[in-house]
Design a protein around this ligand. Structure first.
Ligand SMILES: *Cc1c(COP(=O)(O)O)cnc(C)c1O
Length: 222
C-alpha cells in the first residue's frame, strides 16, 4: 500500500467512525506522525495533500521539516513528545501546536518564549490517565490546578487535552476519562487515539488522532 492509499483509507475510516458516533468527520483531524519515517514517505504524504504532521522530538522534527516548511507554507506541525525546557526555543520556532504541556516549569518557559517570539501557539495539556510512574503527563487529580496555572498564571492558549493510554489496559477507558476531564474544563480539543485504536477514540470524542504506522508503514528501529 502506498502512503497515498493509506491516507485515503484512513479518511474513509475516520468518516465512518465519526458517522457511527453521530459526529461530524470534519471535527476529526488526522495528524500524520512522521517520526522515524524515511524522507521519501514524508514526501509521498505531502504529494497526497497531507499537511498536518506530528513529531515527538524537536531535533528530528527540525531535520524533517525546517526546509519543507518553506516549500509548504500551509504545513501544520504538532509536537506530541516530551519537551525539555532547553529545547523550548526551537520548539516554539518550529511547531504550530504543543500537545505535551505537562509541568509548571515547562508551561512557564513556553509562555516566556512565545512572548519573546511573538507567537501564541495553541497548547494541549498531556494527562497521564493511567497514572503510570514512567509516563509524562499530569495526574488526573492535578488537571484542574495545572490548567489554572497554565491559563491564568502563564496565559497559555490551552485548547485541549492529550493522552497516551497504558499499553495493557483498554484504551477506551482512558479516552472516556480524558473526555470527561476536558468537559469539566470546557475544553473542546481532544488528542487521543493512534493507529491501533483511533476509531474508538473518535467514538469517544477525539478531535485529533495521531496516526504513524497506519499512514507511513512500520518505523525505523531505535
Ligand atoms: C509514535 C506516536 C504515535 C503514533 O503511533 P502509531 O502507533 O504509529 O500510530 C502517536 N502518538 C504519540 C505520542 C507517539 O509518540
Amino acid at each position: 500500500m502506498s502512503v497515498a492509499d493509506n491516507l485515503k483509507d484512513l479518511h474513509k475510516i475516520i468518516e465512518t467512525a465519526a458517522g457511527a458516533a453521530g459526529r461530524d468527520a470534519a471535527r476529526v483531524k488526522l495528524v500524520a506522525v512522521s517520526k522515524k519515517q524515511p524522507e521519501a514517505r514524508i514526501d509521498e504524504a505531502l504529494a497526497a495533500g497531507q499537511r498536518l504532521f506530528g513529531e515527538n522530538r524537536v531535533q528530528e522534527a527540525q531535520s524533517h521539516w525546517l526546509e519543507r516548511r518553506l516549500q509548504y507554507p500551509d504545513l501544520k506541525l504538532h509536537l506530541i513528545g516530551p519537551l525539555q525546557t532547553n529545547k523550548v526555543k526551537d520548539a516554539v520556532k518550529l511547531f504550530d501546536v504543543i500537545e505535551t504541556v505537562d509541568r509548571e516549569k515547562l508551561a512557564h518557559a513556553l509562555a516566556k518564549e512565545m512572548a519573546a517570539q511573538g507567537r501564541d501557539l495553541p497548547c494541549f495539556i498531556q494527562v497521564n490517565t493511567g497514572e503510570e510512574e514512567q509516563k509524562a503527563g499530569v495526574f488526573p487529580t492535578e488537571v484542574r490546578e495545572f490548567y489554572d496555572y497554565c491559563y491564568y498564571e502563564c496565559g497559555l492558549n490551552i485548547k485541549g487535552l492529550m493522552c497516551i493510554p497504558p499499553v495493557d489496559e483498554p484504551a477506551a477507558l482512558h479516552f472516556g476519562l480524558l473526555k470527561k476531564y476536558a468537559d469539566e474544563l470546557d475544553l473542546k480539543e481532544l488528542s487521543m487515539g493512534m493507529s491501533a485504536d483511533f476509531e474508538q477514540a473518535i467514538a469517544l470524542g477525539a478531535t485529533s488522532v495521531r496516526v504513524g504506522t497506519g499512514v507511513f508503514g512500520a518505523r525505523a528501529a531505535g
